[in-house]
Design a protein around this ligand. Structure first.
Ligand code: ADP
Length: 478
């Protein structure tokens, strides 16, 4: 197993274009958010390289889409490579993204499992039928070139959630990781270079303008994107010109509603993790906590105690529970939202100020005394600051939970599941849970309602169908 050396820290990671590893003259430095030190350099694609990547993907499409067995074999081979290099990749994710090694350990393994799941997946063929003397068949066709644009919070997991069903369905891919966390994806590009036929999987890097250039390219048939609502909206507008197909997984402002029949200590421990895992940088994190009056003080107190004893630190250290925020922008944004809450009379029960540097560390922060109308409640904080809001009547809490343009996830926490069952479907979100939050299922899709997204991902057939279009073949006798 490879360990990191000073050479890795100085390395310029190449792009993968048409089966070739391309190191560019212009590069982007990538920082370890725990130390603010440079941990590597990412090659940066320009217009000519983006054109080469899309051209290669287009050229590779006919042969790739024609050979199902090759696709299945290749996805399995890619899974083997990810498993072999899992701890190296996990370490690289921790280094550039910040969250603890014990949380990134599963990321390459989950990506491998996704590859295996879709390698084995066989879409159910529609039976041919006859109508008015004509033979009719309904078949699925890939789009051609799929662009995958990914964010920085779960760089490898999200990449494979997107490219695996795309590739399995016969599309070829041009992928672009976030400029904050490109190294794990570019390292995977190196590792997979000989696994994929040239041009089938192309990986370029750079900031937003590189993503925009790929999204604009008329030869791209479909864009799959995870990131902010603002960027998703821009991609939607770009896609409108060619009526490109879209999968968008955007932000959330998930509510958790806690009823007064829970055991506060037990529930607070679970709530803590569904709000603060990955330092809150999770689309499906709990971002607004509504607590029924009878247990409000007990829950706030238990959360604050849990927050105060959290070990915040460098994710490479074994006992770290929460790492830093991934970027300075994100770190400053969380500080700004908490300061805004404080200025509007909020009570801060834990945390509330950045930790001494270096590193973009912000401690888990429990906030009360604010409600809708406050930025920390209305906006997606995407960081370790949780507003806790009391309510009396559960219908009122459901109305508050739904009063947002977002609709990603939502949950109800109760000692009596029967009580929550008639309520849960009133929550307008793509995933709703009772007594849990942010947990997916291999066989179920995930995706958002309202401004939180378009389409769904994962979940075998559910996700797969977003990477194919329908073609109806109708044959009449001569
Ligand atoms: P954040 O603001 O949290 O960094 P973004 O939604 O901007 O999130 O970023 C998610 C991904 O989208 C990144 O890979 C980023 O480079 C890319 N991106 C940013 N702006 C654009 C754009 N206009 N078109 C396409 N991709 C973009």
């Amino acid at each position: 197993e490879k360990t990191f050396s000073i050479l890795d820290l100085m390395k310029t990671y190449p792009l993968l274009i048409d089966g070739e590893l391309v190191v560019t003259a212009t590069t982007d430095a990538v920082f370890d958010p725990a130390t603010e030190q440079v941990v590597g350099h990412a090659s940066r694609a320009d217009a000519a390289l983006i054109d080469r990547a899309v051209s290669a993907a287009l050229r590779a499409f006919p042969a790739w889409s024609a050979d199902t067995a090759l696709r299945q074999r290749t996805l399995r081979a890619a899974a083997v490579v990810l498993r072999e290099h899992a701890s190296e990749i996990s370490r690289l994710i921790t280094l550039e993204q910040g969250r603890p090694l014990k949380n990134t350990a599963a990321e390459p393994l989950n990506a491998a499992a996704t590859l295996e799941q879709f390698a084995d997946y066989a879409p159910e063929a529609a039976a041919p039928f006859e109508e008015g003397g004509k033979q009719i068949r309904i078949i699925r066709k890939p789009f051609g070139v799929v662009a995958a644009i990914t964010p920085w919070n779960v760089p490898v997991g999200i990449l494979f959630t997107k490219i695996t069903p795309a590739l399995r369905a016969g599309n070829t891919v041009v992928a672009k990781p976030s400029e904050h966390t490109p190294l794990s994806t570019l390292r995977i590009a190196e590792l997979l270079r000989d696994v994929f036929p040239p041009g089938v999987l192309n990986i370029v890097a750079g900031a937003g303008e590189v993503g925009a250039a790929i999204a604009r390219d008329p030869r791209v048939g479909k864009i799959t994107f995870t990131g902010s609502v603002a960027t998703g909206r821009r991609i939607f507008e770009t896609a409108a010109r060619d009526i490109k197909r879209l999968t968008l997984e955007l932000g959330g402002n998930d509510a958790a509603i806690v009823l007064d029949d829970v055991d506060p200590e037990t529930v607070a421990e679970k709530l803590f993790w569904v709000a603060f895992r990955n330092s809150g940088q999770v689309c499906f994190a709990v971002k607004r906590l509504f607590v029924q009056r009878g247990v409000f003080d007990a829950i706030v107190d238990a959360l604050a105690r849990r927050a105060e004893r959290t070990r915040v630190g460098n994710g490479l250290e074994a006992d770290t529970e929460l790492g830093p925020l991934t970027s300075r922008t994100q770190y400053e944004r969380v500080a700004e939202l908490v300061d805004d809450a404080r200025a509007h009379g909020a009570r801060i029960h834990s945390g509330g100020a950045p930790l001494e540097g270096p590193g973009w560390f912000y401690p888990p922060t429990i906030v009360s005394g604010i409600g809708p109308g406050s930025r920390l409640v209305d906006e997606e904080q995407f960081g370790p600051a949780l507003p806790v809001i009391p309510f009396d009547d559960v219908e009122e809490a459901i109305a508050l939970a739904n009063a947002t343009p977002f609709g990603l996830g939502a949950s109800i926490w109760t000692g009596n599941v029967e009580r929550a069952l008639p309520l849960i479907e009133q929550l307008d979100a793509g995933m709703v849970w009772i007594n849990r939050h942010a947990e997916g299922s291999k066989q179920a899709p995930k995706g958002g309602h309202k401004s939180s997204g378009l389409g769904v991902e994962g979940g075998g057939a559910w996700g797969y169908e977003h990477y194919v279009q329908v073609q109806v073949v109708s044959v009449a006798a001569p």
